[in-house]
Write a protein that binds this ligand. Sequence first.
Ligand code: KG4
Ligand code: ZN
Length: 359
Amino acid sequence: MVILGIETSCDETSAAILEKHDNQITLKSNIVASSLAIHQQTGGIIPENAAREQIKYILPVIQEALDAAKMQISHINAIAVTYGPGLIGSLLVGVETAKTLAYATGKPIIPVNHMLGHVYANWITSHPVISRSNATRDPEEISHSVRNDRNIEFPALALVVSGGHTDLVFFENHHNYRILGGTRDDAAGEAFDKIARLIGLSYPGGPIIEEKAKKGDPKRFTFPRPLVGSGDYDFSFSGLKTAVLREVQNLKTLDDQTVCDLARATQDAIISVLVKKTLKAAIEYDVKSILLSGGVAANETLQQAFIQNTKYQIPDTKFFAPAKNLCTDNGAMIAAAAFYQYNPLPWQEITADPQLYFE
Ligand code: KG4
Ligand code: ZN
């Protein structure tokens, strides 16, 4: 089966073509057009700007995905599209385009929850697990991560860490899942973005904080680990942001080393909370797999912290993370989710739902 996946929930415009044979999902193409340069000028996403760009990109991006896969629309068996959560104007661009395509071609259309899409990026088989750019990585760690064979077993625990969400979701199987906890205020990605702005770094904050943190002194600053010891699985990162703000106000100037040190302390605090809470839930719910998902999953230091801690604390549990380019928003993850959650609807019944959560 071949599915065209369309994703336009936030600032990216993406289309991808995936093919599934048995349990192998092969990525034929994945085109992502970003209006990042525009958002960098404004220091964040202005929804109207994002949607205006997406209207321009959507048809060329779909055509490019077909061309890159060496396919025509007639080769596609179904169309999958993100219908929420996200920005209403952005969602509408993808949803209305997908509905029009479904109407014109008579192909089935599957509405996909963006958050589930992030989780299903973990099922895409034809991609390297994590980048092997770090040649100094301990071979034992690599062999542990190589167990990342995409042979995901249930029960599984997904940590969805994106710009808008920090959720722990327990999956009994593909169809039964429930939220164990979520963010009470800022999501992890939002914390990276807001703190980056506080210390003079550009948008999006996550990648640049990760880069600066590599040169940072881990001992110079220590920031709070919010809710790390709470009995539940909720997260809160707004206190961390306030702590960084106070530190910035105390410092007279922010030289480059200080920015690196602040980035390091910020990243350490976020990683520590994410790893501790996820492993606690993994032990309590006795899961066989942990699935890191969402834009923040692209953080290699976070992936390494999960690999090491899983190996030492729960060696029988497999840890999975999508390939780096499949962590942030993309059409491939939407098609991947549709293979396993294959629920086509008449196109007339599909509407964008900006507030959608995990049903
Ligand atoms: O999943 P995503 O692409 O969009 C949403 O659905 O929100 O996530 C975007 C978020 C941004 O907050 C960005 O700063 C964060 O993912 N992010 C990272 C990294 N790459 C992207 N956070 C930490 N480290 C990274 N390398
Ligand atoms: Zn996302």
